[in-house]
Design a binder for this molecule. Structure first.
Ligand code: NAI
Ligand code: MG
Length: 348
């Protein structure tokens, strides 16, 4: 099994290095090939997503991605900016499903934006559609009306195949958990959402063992703060998912703790921490590598079907936290490397 390592910029290489140490320990048979991406690739080759990097990503069984973004590249043309690399990878690999678990490790209850007793109940996965909706729908644009007023418009649009494939991933995810799926939409107002709801119900007929409910997005935003323990798996469109997944991540503690997966139709999945390249702390050994280590666990589970090894990594992270491992974002002083050491020690 070949893993493409795309460490990228800023703290990306620092956190990916620790995740690789952990992977090498639990799954010694994996092979790795590394390629530059983002600002690092722009500096080396003149493009943030060079053809060799894309080719490696396509031929790998899974991709472990750090982060892209470099203040030194801020003045570049939009299509040469480091961030284009992650958008290009999602598009080229057809990664239409974004899985973001939000789980609070009990030791970190004080770090949550919520009251600790509410925060402790959080254990959910948000499945966000990633390649459709109002972010991509046509037509879109700006114009001046006949009466001379400026106008901007975007098209919210889904077809039934796009909804069915994300719903299938969500039902499968729920099957591997508590078998509860909440589909979030705005079907009281939007045609797109009415189609979304119809198709989710149709796909649900194949999953009679999963309890399906529907919730309007405004209510879901409220329930995420009021009673997050209500949710097991949430499935929603690109726009609603963008907002709800950021909201859920703040409920679950530091940005340095949260992994993600982007999955497509049969090709390799891409796994990355939800944070960026954190230029403010890059090169100082301060970054929390746990989001990337937990992303590596997701890689084992979702792309390689090696759930037992994923469980081992997650248990080792919990044990390291219980043993007092704390990087600066969690109020401690352990370095990136020391956090990696403690996870490895918990695996031994
Ligand atoms: P960021 O996530 O890089 O940093 C936000 C804050 O969180 C900073 O104070 C940072 O020090 C802290 N932080 C982030 N990860 C951390 C970790 N593992 N441990 C400890 N502290 C951590 O977001 P920001 O500052 O908005 O963006 C910086 C660059 O990253 C930009 O160029 C942005 O475009 C890019 N970015 C890239 C992403 C990706 O590669 N998928 C995602 C988000 C941002
Ligand atoms: Mg966002």
């Amino acid at each position: 099994m070949l893993i493409a390592l795309l460490p990228g910029d800023g703290i990306g290489p620092e956190v990916v290095a620790e995740a690789v140490r952990v992977l090498e320990h639990v799954a010694p048979d994996l092979r790795y090939e590394q390629a530059p991406v983002g600002g690092a690739a722009y500096k080396a080759t003149g493009h943030p997503l060079p053809p060799e990097t894309l080719a490696l990503a396509k031929r790998a069984d899974a991709i472990l991605f750090g982060a892209v973004g470099d203040p030194a590249c801020d003045a570049l043309d939009r299509h040469l900016r480091p961030e284009q690399a992650i958008l290009g990878l999602r598009k080229e690999l057809g990664l239409f499903a974004n899985l973001r678990p939000a789980t609070l490790f009990p030791e970190l209850a004080d770090a949550s934006a919520l009251r600790p007793e509410i925060a402790r109940s959080i254990d959910m996965v948000i499945v966000r559609e990633l390649t459709g909706d109002v972010y991509f729908g046509q037509p879109r644009g700006r114009r001046t009306t006949d009466t001379g007023r400026r106008e901007g418009f975007d098209m919210m649009r889904y077809d039934e195949d796009e909804v069915a494939r994300i719903a299938t991933i969500a039902f499968e995810t729920a099957r591997g958990r508590k078998r509860r799926l909440c589909s979030v939409d705005k079907a009281n107002v939007l045609e797109t959402s009415q189609l979304w709801r119809d198709v989710v119900i149709e796909v649900g007929a194949r999953y009679p063992d999963v309890a399906l409910e529907h919730m309007y997005v405004d209510n879901a935003a409220m329930q995420l703060v009021r009673a997050p323990g209500h949710f097991d798996v949430i499935v929603t469109g690109n726009l609603f998912g963008d907002i709800l997944s950021d909201q859920a991540s703040m409920c679950a503690g530091s940005i340095g703790m949260l992994p993600s997966a982007a999955l497509g139709a049969g090709g390799p999945g891409l796994y990355e921490p939800i944070h960026g390249s954190a230029p403010d702390i890059a090169g100082q050994g301060k970054a929390n590598p746990l989001a990337t280590i937990l992303s590596a666990a997701m890689l084992l589970r979702h792309s390689l079907g090696r759930a037992a090894e994923a469980d081992r990594i997650e248990a080792a992270v919990a044990a390291a936290l219980a043993g007092g491992a704390r990087s600066a974002d969690l109020g401690g002083s352990h370095s990136t490397r020391e956090i990696g050491d403690r996870v490895l020690a918990a695996l031994a």
